[in-house]
Design a protein around this ligand. Sequence first.
Ligand SMILES: [Zn+2]
Length: 365
Amino acid sequence: MLIAQLIKNQTLVEADHAKRDELFSCPACQSIVTLRHGQIKIPYFAHLANANCQVFSENESQLHLKAKKELKAQAEAAGYTATLEKRLPDISQRADLVIENDLGQKMAIEYQQSPLSLQRLRERNAGYAKIALPVVWILGPNYAQAILKQRTVFKFSDARNRLFYADASIEKIHLLTDFRKMDHTKLAMARTKLSLKNCLDYLLASQPNPCKSSYFKKPVRQKQMMINELHRLQQDAMCKRLPVEIVQLTYEQHKNLVCAPTIIHLGSQAGLSVTNWQWRLSLILRLIEVGEGHLTTIDRLLKQFSSETYFYPRMVKNAFAKNAFLKLLSEFEDANIISLKKAYVLVKHLPKWFSSYEQKLNSLR
Ligand SMILES: [Zn+2]
């Protein structure tokens, strides 16, 4: 922690300006903390080994401490008032930084460098929601893009499906949006680099969206890519590497999974914890159960296909998975498989299954 309380007069002091011969306590739990600093390390306060403080965790790295100071300095240079390690007693939390503009609009900044469980993340967000304080989570360089997994992206992205990430120097905030994922390819996204000032102005003062819009056109699906996907599916089927549930479901319909309609290979939905083909094929199998000429409700399908069975869990509740599934339904409507009538889905023409792998392969050539 960077801020402690001077015991003699209860004022808050930043470690940088603290004197060694004075006594300090933790602003949250009131227990004694000691000032630490070395030749290279930036000064900070630490609880005694036996302290049991719920608000300040002790495992902050030097990188984290440094980043907080840097964010504060940049926010102040950008004209914001910035408070380090702001205590929020109503919710027993503290924010890495709370910034405020001259209109009195506030926002919390959480700089996340170490792992944090989904449950803790949701608790912290619920706390901020309770006191109506907007929060932005900025991931640190530990979450470098090379290891940025879909699970992490969808865990930390906000209600508008944006992920904020800072490099070690915090020179730029990377704003990641428009996530796309085709099976067997890397997660694709649009990346906008912003100074912290531009980033905060955008978030707080509702400045125009700085993201490169229409960065992504509809992905062009090369024939060869579909052929590759089919090869892959065939190999996985032969080596019994396919998920058991989908194999079982297909078997129950007396179908050969590899011969499934080609529309299952056209997905580019990100945020799925299963492959695109599995999600799409599951829907087709569900429509087979409903049967041509029969109806089911959109709600019933939504409940199943936008659930955490298919999508990564998120720190925010929003309509991401729901919208993704509605998009898939409208794609199926365009393909004349279904027709959407208010709250209902009418199964029109079930897509054609191939009689063999070779036949399907030939249809793609
Ligand atoms: Zn404490």
